[in-house]
Design a binder for this molecule. Structure first.
Ligand SMILES: Cc1cc2nc3c(=O)[nH]c(=O)nc-3n(C[C@H](O)[C@H](O)[C@H](O)COP(=O)(O)OP(=O)(O)OC[C@H]3O[C@@H](n4cnc5c(N)ncnc54)[C@H](O)[C@@H]3O)c2cc1C
Length: 468
C-alpha cells in the first residue's frame, strides 16, 4: 500500500507531495494533463521558439513562500529574475506611476501621497515577518495579535474606500486599485483592500519576479525535488473516480470543489456534498498571449522597466470593469493585466523578438470575444502595439476549464475570495473532508489563490497529524 496519493500536480499538489515525502511517506502524484505544473506551465502557444506562460507568469508569493524558501529549488534549476521595476500603471496623459522594488524610491515619486504610502503599504512591509503566517496560512490563534489587528483594520476594508481615504492623488488611488483588482472582486467589497495591501507590500518585501525560461521551470524544480525525496509524478493520468486509485493511507486532491465532486462526490455525506455544491466561483478570465517583433512601444517613461503593467486608467474605470465582470456584464474598457517577460529574460523568444502575456476578467463562462477590447487597452498606452504582433493565442473561459478542470467558468482564483470564503475555503473543515484519509489541498483551501504552495503544505500537515 502507498502512504499517499496526490491528485493533480499544480503548485499545491506538488508542495503537498514534497511535505509528505519529507515526512518519510512514499508519494505518487497523478496528473490528468500531458505535463506537470497545473497553473505553472509554459508552452510554445504561438510560434516555434516563443515560450509563453499558459497560466501564472509573475510570482510575488512564490518567492515569498515560507515553505518554498526552505527547499533547494535553485539547485534544481529555478532562477528568479527580478524586473527593474515591479509594476507600471500608465495614464492617458502619457505618464505612469512606477512601483519600484524600493519602498522609499516609490514613495518619493508619489508627491503628497508619499507619506500615506509609507503608512499603509510601508506598515505591511515593516511587519511582514509577523503577518506572513496569517496572510499565507489558515485561520489560527494569531501569534502577533496587535500587529494582525492593525493590518486587519485596513485589510478588511474595500480597496475603493481605503484608496479614497488614504491617498489624495487620483494617480496613487488608481495604482492601488490596479493591484487590488488582482483579487477578481468588485473593489467596493470588504477585504479587497487586503489584496492591494498584501500584493502591494510584496513589491518591496520579495519583488514580483519571473522564473528564468518560463513558469514551467518552477514546476520542474518542484518535481525534481520531489523525485530526490523518492516521490513520483505520473502524467496523462486523469483520475475519474477515487475508487480507481491504488490503495493508499491518504489521498490529497489538488482540486476545486466542482472537479472534486466529480471524482469523490459519491463518497461524501449529503450535507458535505451540498456544502461543496454551494461553493461560489468568481468571474472568468480571457487570456491572450502575443509573439511580438519588437518590445511594446509604451508612451510613458518607466513602463519598459516594469515586469507587470496594469492597464485600466483611473480607479473609477478599474472599479467599473471589475464590478461588470462580477455582475455578469461586459466592460467596454476592461482592466487588463499584462506581463512582458522577454525584456528581462530574452531566453523566451528568438533574438530581438518578444512575448507578452495578458488577460482581463469577464463574466463566468462568458464566450464573448474580448480580444479587440484587450488590444485596444494596450494600444491606448502603447500606440503601434498591434503593428508588432506576429501571432496571438487566445484562451476563453471554456478553453481554460478544458485545460484544467479546476478553472470552473474560467475562474483562475479557485473560487470567490470574499469574507466568507476566505475563512471557510471550501467549507469550515478547510483541508479535511468527512471521508477518513481524504483531503483537499488546492487553492480552494486557505490561503487561496496564487502560486505559493502553502495550501498544499498546510493540507499535508493536517493529513500527517490526523492519519500518520
Ligand atoms: C491564466 C492564469 C493566470 C494566472 N496568473 C497568475 C500569476 O501571474 N501569479 C500567480 O501567483 N498566480 C496566477 N494564477 C493562479 C495560479 O495559477 C493558481 O492559483 C495556482 O496554480 C493554483 O494551484 P493549485 O495547485 O491549487 O491548482 P492547479 O494549478 O489548478 O493544479 C491542479 C492540477 O490538477 C490537475 N487535475 C485536475 N483534475 C484532475 C484529475 N481528475 N485527475 C488528475 N489531475 C487532475 C490539473 O490538470 C492541474 O494540473 C493564474 C492562473 C491562471 C489560470
Amino acid at each position: 500500500m502507498l502512504d499517499a496519493i496526490v491528485v493533480g500536480s499544480g503548485p499545491n499538489g506538488l508542495s503537498a507531495a514534497i511535505a509528505l515525502a519529507q515526512a518519510g511517506c512514499k508519494v505518487v502524484v497523478f496528473e490528468a494533463s500531458d505535463g506537470i505544473g497545473g497553473g505553472v506551465r509554459s508552452k510554445a502557444l504561438t510560434l516555434s521558439g516563443f515560450v509563453h506562460d499558459v497560466c501564472s507568469a509573475v510570482h510575488p508569493f512564490g518567492v515569498a513562500s515560507p515553505f518554498w524558501r526552505t527547499l533547494p529549488l535553485a539547485a534544481h534549476g529555478l532562477e528568479w529574475i527580478e524586473p527593474s521595476a515591479m509594476v507600471a500603471h500608465p495614464f492617458d496623459d502619457g505618464t505612469a506611476v512606477i512601483v519600484e522594488r524600493s519602498l522609499e524610491a516609490t514613495a518619493a515619486t508619489l508627491g503628497g501621497d508619499g507619506d500615506a504610502y509609507r503608512r499603509t503599504i510601508g506598515a505591511v512591509v515593516d511587519n511582514w515577518p509577523q503577518l506572513e503566517r496569517a496572510v499565507l496560512g489558515p485561520l489560527t490563534v494569531p501569534r502577533h495579535p496587535f500587529v494582525l489587528a492593525r493590518f486587519g483594520a485596513d485589510a478588511l476594508r474595500s480597496a475603493e474606500g481605503l484608496a479614497r481615504s488614504a491617498f489624495t492623488n487620483e494617480r496613487t488611488r488608481a495604482m492601488f486599485a490596479g493591484i487590488a483588482a488582482h483579487g477578481m472582486m468588485p473593489l467596493d467589497r470588504m477585504l479587497t483592500a487586503g489584496v492591494g495591501l498584501a500584493l502591494g507590500a510584496m513589491c518591496h518585501v520579495a519583488g514580483w519576479p519571473i522564473p528564468r525560461g518560463g513558469a514551467q521551470n518552477l514546476a520542474k524544480a518542484l518535481v525534481a525535488h520531489l523525485q530526490s525525496l523518492g516521490g513520483e509524478v505520473i502524467v496523462d493520468s486523469p483520475v475519474r473516480s477515487i475508487d480507481d486509485l491504488p490503495p493508499a493511507r491518504i489521498v490529497l486532491c489538488d482540486l476545486s470543489p466542482k472537479p472534486l465532486l466529480r471524482i469523490a462526490g459519491h463518497k461524501f455525506p449529503a450535507a458535505y456534498r451540498r456544502a461543496l455544491e454551494r461553493y461560489r466561483y468568481g468571474p472568468g478570465v480571457f487570456k491572450v498571449d502575443w509573439a511580438l517583433s519588437a518590445p511594446i512601444p509604451w508612451t510613458a517613461d518607466g513602463c519598459a522597466r516594469a515586469g507587470t503593467l496594469h492597464l485600466g486608467g483611473t480607479l473609477g474605470e478599474i472599479a467599473a470593469s471589475e464590478r461588470a465582470a462580477f455582475e455578469g456584464r461586459i466592460a467596454d474598457r476592461p482592466y487588463v493585466l499584462l506581463s512582458q517577460p522577454t525584456l528581462f529574460d530574452p531566453s523566451r523568444a528568438p533574438a530581438g523578438r518578444h512575448v507578452a502575456w495578458g488577460y482581463c476578467h469577464l463574466p463566468s463562462a462568458s464566450a464573448v470575444d474580448m480580444l479587440d477590447r484587450v488590444e485596444q487597452q494596450v494600444e491606448r498606452f502603447a500606440p503601434g502595439f498591434r503593428d508588432c504582433v506576429l501571432a496571438r493565442s487566445v484562451m476563453r473561459p471554456a478553453d481554460l476549464e478544458a485545460h484544467n478542470a479546476n478553472l470552473v467558468g474560467g475562474d483562475i482564483a479557485a473560487g470567490v475570495t470574499d469574507l466568507r470564503q476566505f475563512f471557510t475555503r471550501p467549507t469550515w473543515r478547510n483541508y479535511s473532508t468527512p471521508v477518513k484519509g481524504l483531503y483537499i489541498c488546492s487553492a480552494s483551501t486557505p490561503p487561496g489563490v496564487g502560486v505559493h504552495g502553502m495550501c498544499g503544505y498546510f493540507a499535508a500537515q493536517r493529513a500527517l497529524s490526523e492519519r500518520m
